[in-house]
Write a protein that binds this ligand. Structure first.
Ligand code: NDP
Ligand code: BG6
Length: 467
């Protein structure tokens, strides 16, 4: 499924926050890869308040690329550096914006992409300042997450941005939507005929979505302590994954067809019931630099949600995510109902176990079907066997999320970005969780989170990730 661009291709990329952490770790390496693949054909203008000159900026870009890609090719780095320009100045100073407008004129740019890799508090200032020099006329903006802090602030931000840019020129980024493994959920479901007949409440017993990270908030304490796990990843990455697993097939290839189906999933979701949710905080979090010594911000959350639709009513969806957990894994496990016991087997034999379809979305992505096969021996018993595919081995090289999303933003393809109503619906779903900040349950680094998380899963067990 390919979709046509709905807008002209960009003729410049403007990077606000070019000196920041995201630019360093993700955006410059992505730009390098685009340069290497021949898909970067526009000037890249960094904007920074920091007192840097062009040489310092190029050195920073160079070092960022090598830190992420140690075997980066010097010639490719040089071609990328040749595209870079730096606008240095305070965002509150009109001269900064005049200088940006003049640099874009120099490049004869009429359709720039403005990437806001800056703190969310700065999104309104930058959007309005772009308008003050007429740069909102034909360009588009890419807005980083988190998009708002709750439903009200997300709506306010949408309203404000719409005074400057029309919806079709606002690209809300969620890098999970740029991951091949996440996009595969859609393709795998709807291109394998054997799945669709059983992908519903008649056959599916439960769905579990886990995003576990071994790292804590190293280096990002002050950001994280104002956000927490619900806002950092549950409202965006996890719910976007959930929508791809739950949704009906889109009616067509256009971005709006896909967004419409996601919006329907969220509209049918009941807001999180705080009594079906457990928040946790790893021991030692309060000692992290930038974290308040009495912080009650969650670094772990587990919740049970429901989708009140003909396809899913009655099926529990369990989601959990956390920092400083035992393993790095992002997985969706679809658990099917148990089959009848093998009536032709002798009495007393073990009942067949439930089938699982496990989508591995992180490193070593792929799919594993856990099926039943005959246990060798005289009895007609069954046991679990895994039928697994590793996508890297089977499909070869896939591009990184940020590279794909930057490519799309430059090409004017909105499908892998989040639409206004979809983002607002996700905030509606998590809002009660934000409004009821019960205490956080402590858990140890390297565990699977607080034991209280088992309360969410009503007598079942969390499936340990396979990686
Ligand atoms: P940083 O704190 O590193 O800041 C980014 C840049 O913004 C800084 O380099 C600074 O550049 C500029 N900046 C900071 N404060 C202000 C301010 N008050 N006024 C104007 N400019 C300011 O942030 P990150 O790079 O970590 O994050 C950028 C965006 O990306 C955020 O929205 C974040 O939520 C999002 N994000 C980040 C991720 C990450 O891994 N870092 C992951 C996912 C999303 P200068 O002073 O030179 O102008
Ligand atoms: C970011 C969160 O959006 O996603 C981080 O802000 C998190 O806290 C990161 O670590 C995880 O991304 P990935 O691609 O490594 O799973």
């Amino acid at each position: 499924m390919t979709t046509a661009a709905t807008q002209p291709p960009a003729d410049a990329l403007v990077l606000f926050g070019a000196t920041g952490d995201l630019s360093k770790r993700k955006l410059f390496p992505a730009l390098y890869r685009m340069e290497d693949h021949g898909s970067l054909n526009v000037p890249v203008v960094g904007v920074a308040r920091s007192d840097w000159n062009d040489a310092a900026f190029c050195q920073h870009a160079h070092d960022s690329i090598l830190a992420a890609i140690p075997d980066a090719k010097a010639a490719v780095i040089d071609s990328l550096l040749a595209r870079l320009d730096l606008i240095q100045g305070d965002y509150a100073d009109p001269k900064t914006w005049k200088s940006l407008a003049s640099t874009l004129r120099k490049h004869k740019s009429e359709h720039a992409v403005f990437y806001m890799a800056i703190p969310p508090s700065m999104f309104p200032t930058v959007a309005q300042s772009l308008a003050s020099v007429g740069l909102n006329d034909r360009g588009r903006i890419v807005v980083e997450k988190p998009f708002g802090r709750d439903l009200a602030s997300a709506k306010d931000l949408n309203t404000l941005l719409h005074t400057v840019f029309p919806e079709e020129r606002i690209f809300r980024i969620d890098h999970y939507l740029g991951k091949e493994s996440v996009e595969d959920l859609l393709v795998f479901r709807f291109s394998n005929t054997l799945l669709e007949p059983v992908w519903n409440r008649n056959y599916v017993r439960s769905v579990q979505i886990t995003m576990s990270e071994t790292i804590g908030v190293e280096g990002r304490g002050s950001f994280y302590d104002g956000v927490g796990a619900i806002r950092d990843v549950l409202q965006n990455h996890l719910l976007q994954v959930l929508a791809l697993v739950a949704m009906e097939p889109p009616a067509g290839p256009a971005s709006n067809h896909l967004q419409d189906e996601k919006a329907k999933v969220f509209a049918a979701m009941r807001p999180i019931d705080p009594t079906a949710m457990v928040r946790g905080q790893y021991v030692g979090y309060r000692d992290e630099p930038g974290v308040a010594p009495d912080s009650s911000v969650e670094t772990f959350v587990a919740a049970r949600v429901e989708i009140d639709s003909w396809r899913w009513a009655g099926v529990p969806w369990y989601v959990r995510c956390g920092k400083a957990l035992k393993e790095n894994a992002t997985e969706v496990v679809v658990e099917f109902r148990e089959p009848p016991s093998l009536l032709f087997d002798e009495a007393g034999g073990p009942a067949p176990e439930r089938n699982l379809v496990r989508f591995r979305l992180g490193k070593h992505d792929g799919v594993t079907f856990t099926l039943q096969a005959k246990t060798p021996g005289p009895h007609l018993d069954s046991q679990n066997v895994d039928v697994a595919v590793d996508f890297a081995a089977a499909l070869g090289m896939r591009r990184e999320a940020y590279e794909r999303l930057l490519d799309d933003a430059l090409a004017g393809l909105p499908r892998r970005f989040a639409r206004e109503d979809v983002v607002e619906q996700t905030w509606r779903v998590v809002q009660p969780a934000l409004d009821s900040p019960d205490g956080v349950h402590p858990y140890f680094r390297g565990s699977w989170g607080p034991a209280e998380a088992d309360r969410v899963i009503c007598g079942d067990t969390w499936f340990p990730p396979s990686t």
